[in-house]
Design a protein around this ligand. Structure first.
Ligand code: ZN
Length: 382
């Protein structure tokens, strides 16, 4: 990460940007405005990644921000542009995502600093080891003059490819429900127990998994996933007495998501009752959807149309730093088509032409914002 910061600094300093690493390990580079003390627009994404990753998730958004500054060719705008390269977005090392962006909204607190990685090293110690001072984390917080946050990111899914669109505005980041279900039956001999006398926990769970898939298929934009199943006693010749499964449900509308989860809980009980099983569920996460800023969305759509592409808006099924920044400042995202929808894998890629479209869109957007009185009326909601 240190080398990565040095490399990006080498790209940004010749453009006249002031570069620093904040107390949470985020890269911050400020490209000055026409006038001193002008407000600033943040553009960025994250610089960390996952094991066995691709080359574009996160980093492309930072590279694109710098590409926009290069495209300005020395021209200064009425607002400064701060390029942000967030640290620890994925949450791989500490099991907690968005550590870098939380610092900007004042949520990198003592509790989070005490979280430890697999080797027992705390976030605080990791920050010190990196040569930074955790006491300075509060200095990473958003300045009052922040006009908003923009993030370019690969879609990480197949939707834009299917629609044959290179880029899209994001109108919301989906809310998420995560639950655990346990179906309880009666473990018994697989050879001697006739079919009509069984209380098979796996068979009940399987029926419900099919139901979950059908429910999600019947509601546009709804996704439901049973990603994990654990059966006990877990032997080939024993009817399962217990089946534990996970459910992940997401949608851009919290109302639709919550209704789907309630429906699936009701159907689990109905299936269990009919099969002489019992079922209990436990909610692990109930995270509301985060709407992106409507002014930005309209400006992004206009910029996309100016590139000769149709305007489009979509919901992000994955969480992003923009979701954290939206707590304090107007935030928005622009997705780039992801070939094959493949991400978090070395096969992850982007098309050169799509990146060109994104830069073109970004330039139109900057010019639109530079001449928009409405844009300057916005102040930090903090
Ligand atoms: Zn990402």
């Amino acid at each position: 990460m240190c080398q990565c910061h040095e490399e990006i600094a080498r790209w940004m300093e010749p453009l006249g940007a002031q570069v620093q690493i904040d107390g949470a390990g985020n890269f911050r580079g400020v490209y000055p405005a026409l006038q001193p003390n002008a407000p600033r627009l943040l553009i960025g994404s994250h610089l960390d990644t996952v094991p066995n990753a691709g080359a574009y998730d996160g980093i492309l958004g930072v590279v694109l921000a710098i590409a926009l500054l290069e495209e300005l060719r020395g021209r200064r705008l009425p607002f400064a542009i701060e390029v942000v390269g967030f640290s620890e977005e994925e949450g791989i090392r500490f099991g907690t995502p968005f550590i870098g962006s939380r610092a900007l909204v004042g949520r990198l607190d003592q509790e989070l600093l005490d979280v430890r990685d697999a080797r027992g090293i705390s976030v605080r110690e990791a920050i010190e080891e990196f040569g930074l001072n955790p006491v300075k984390i509060s200095e990473a917080e958003l300045e009052k003059d922040t006009l908003g946050y923009l993030e370019f990111h690969i879609e990480q899914g197949p939707v834009l490819e299917r629609l044959n669109l290179p880029i899209s505005a994001v109108d919301a980041i989906a809310g998420q429900s995560r639950l655990e279900f346990v179906f309880l039956g009666r473990a018994n001999h697989a050879g001697t127990t006739p079919m009509h006398l069984r209380h098979d926990a796996i068979a009940g769970a399987a029926e419900w998994i099919g139901t979950a898939e059908r429910v999600a298929q019947s509601v546009p934009g709804l996704v439901a996933t049973v990603g994990k199943i654990e059966a006990k006693p877990g032997a080939m010749n024993v009817i399962a007495g217990e089946a534990k499964l996970t459910l992940d449900v997401r949608h851009g509308s919290d109302e639709i998501r919550v209704r789907a989860v309630e429906d699936l809980i009701r159907q689990a009980r109905e299936i269990a009752g009919r099969r002489g099983l019992s079922v209990r569920e436990n909610t692990l996460l109930d995270q509301p959807a985060v709407a992106m800023d409507s002014f930005f969305i309209e400006e992004i759509e206009q910029a996309i149309v100016r590139t000769g592409c149709p305007a489009h808006r979509m919901v992000s099924g994955a969480g992003h730093d923009a979701m954290i920044l939206a707590e304090k400042v107007p935030s928005a995202m622009i997705f780039l088509r992801t070939p094959g929808g493949i991400s978090h894998d070395p096969a992850e890629s982007v098309a050169r032409e799509d990146v060109e479209k994104a830069i073109e869109c970004g330039m139109h957007l900057l010019n639109q914002l530079a001449s928009s009185p409405e844009f300057y009326k916005r102040t930090n909601r903090a």
